[in-house]
Design a protein around this ligand. Sequence first.
Ligand code: ADP
Ligand code: MG
Length: 300
Amino acid sequence: MGAACDEVALMSGPLDIALCTTQGQDVPGPIVPDAAPAPARGSIAIDNLSVIFGQPDKEFLAVDRVSFGIKPGEFVCIVGPSGCGKSTILNAVAGFEAPTEGMVTLDGAAITKPGADRGMVFQQPGLFPWKSVRANVAPGPRMAGRSDREAYRLADQYLEMVGLARFASNYPKTLSGGMQQRVAIARALVNRPSVLLMDEPFGALDAQTRAMMQETLLRIWADIRATVIFVTHDIDEAIFLGDRILVMSASPGRIILDIPVTLGRPRSADISLDQAFLSIKKSCLDIIRRESLLAFERQA
Ligand code: ADP
Ligand code: MG
């Protein structure tokens, strides 16, 4: 194993040295330059972003001059009423949606298309049913130019990170919804993106699985220190997970509140009973309720 890591490190540079280090196996001392956790990565700047859908004679303003920055390694949650543009903002950061106006940058470079530096997790896991769990995770590294053997090794490593090493040879239909979503997280992380984008990833799960997934996600994030943008309808989820919560207005989407979550880490489930948690929740709820009512009235 040590020999394999040496070989990869020589071929591919510091990334693989870090991967070997994370595994913490029999890598000889000199190969590991620094045993400290990987530095935080992924600074995002969204500057005056507007997105308009439709044709010139029938335009629809989905996102209205949104600006905010995210520090490397920060965990930011976006909440807001249905249809307010949360997914559109996430898609602009992913490079799936081009800004009509304004700009989105990652570490100073304009985002113009999807890239391996950003991983995305949707509400539905979207796994290939005819492929094993491992084969669902491996295509990322394969597309990044890794050999089959190396891609499968990385897939196994990230399946272990999400607690699914035992299920690597299973087919998706044999896994529960929560387990399938953990495969989707492994698939999003396997190329070591600096940014993880999550669009209501636990929205389809039952309450208990959801709570377990939230704790799992925080544990993984503490390891990888990537920047996370997490879209959710659930204010408790946003407070439990985030360093910061951005609250959006009803459509056209604007940021109307930017709340720091001043709770310590690591967090456990019973933090939701803390006074600090409840007071953050209270300051969010009124404004969200008002905006949801507005959205409902407009849709009606
Ligand atoms: P959210 O994720 O907050 O529920 P979205 O970002 O998905 O909202 O959508 C914002 C608005 O833009 C909605 O009214 C939606 O119908 C509209 N929209 C989203 N994508 C498109 C598209 N490709 N073409 C036309 N309208 C769209
Ligand atoms: Mg959405």
